[in-house]
Design a protein around this ligand. Structure first.
Ligand code: ZN
Length: 193
C-alpha cells in the first residue's frame, strides 16, 4: 500500500540561460487549460533538469492522470489536476509517494525537450556546478549534467576523453556509465532520506 510522505523538497535556484525558454503555460492561462490537454501523449519534456515522457494513465478506479516517466522505471511523477506534483518511487515492498512542494505548479520546472535542446544548441549547455565522480569500464570519470536540457557528460581523468548523453549513447552504454537521474527532486542526491 502506498504511503504518503509529506515532504518539502528543497527549492532549486532558477537556472536559465536567459534565452527565452519560458514556462509552457503562464498562470493566467491555467483556467482555460483543461487538465486532459496539459501534455502531449508521449511528449518529451525536461522536468527540473531530467528528461521525462508524459503519458496519460487511467487507474483501476477510472480516474485518468498525467504521469511523467523518467529513465528509471521505478520513479515517476504524477501531476494532479491542480498542477501539483507527486513523486512515486517504487521499491521491493512498497511505493513511496512524496508531494513536491518546491513549485507552485509543475510548469514552473517543466519545459518541452525540443525547446531546451534548441536553447543549448544556441547558447551551449549549462553544466551544473555539482559534480560527482564514478568508475566505469573505461576508468574513473567526473560526471555532471546540463540544468537546461538534462544532457549528461562524463570526462575521463586519465585519457581526458569526454562523452555526452544522449549523443554518445552507444559508447556510454558500452562503458556502463550513463544516464542517471539527478538533482534533488528526482535524483535523490541530497534531499531524499
Ligand atoms: Zn543542455
Amino acid at each position: 500500500m502506498a504511503q504518503i510522505v509529506m515532504d518539502d523538497v528543497a527549492t532549486i535556484a532558477p537556472t536559465p540561460h536567459g534565452c527565452g525558454v519560458g514556462s509552457i503555460h503562464h498562470r493566467s492561462s491555467h483556467e482555460e487549460l483543461r487538465y486532459e490537454n496539459l501534455f502531449v501523449e508521449g511528449g518529451e519534456y525536461v522536468f527540473d533538469g531530467n528528461r521525462v515522457t508524459a503519458r496519460w494513465r487511467v487507474a483501476k478506479n477510472g480516474v485518468g492522470r498525467w504521469r511523467l516517466y523518467t529513465i528509471n522505471p521505478d520513479l515517476s511523477l504524477v501531476i494532479t489536476p491542480d498542477l501539483r506534483i507527486r513523486k512515486y518511487r517504487r521499491n521491493d515492498l512498497t511505493c513511496v509517494v512524496r508531494i513536491i512542494r518546491s513549485f507552485e505548479t509543475v510548469f514552473d520546472a517543466l519545459k518541452p525537450l525540443d525547446e531546451t535542446v534548441c536553447c543549448c544548441a544556441e547558447h551551449g549547455h549549462l553544466w551544473s556546478l555539482f559534480q560527482s565522480t564514478g568508475t566505469c569500464a573505461k576508468g574513473q570519470y567526473v560526471w555532471t549534467w546540463c540544468l537546461t536540457c538534462g544532457a549528461e557528460q562524463i570526462s575521463f581523468r586519465e585519457s581526458g576523453e569526454c562523452l555526452q548523453w544522449p549523443e554518445d549513447m552507444d559508447a556510454i552504454t558500452a562503458a556502463g556509465a550513463l544516464p542517471t537521474l539527478h538533482g534533488p527532486i528526482v535524483g535523490g542526491t541530497s534531499c531524499n532520506r
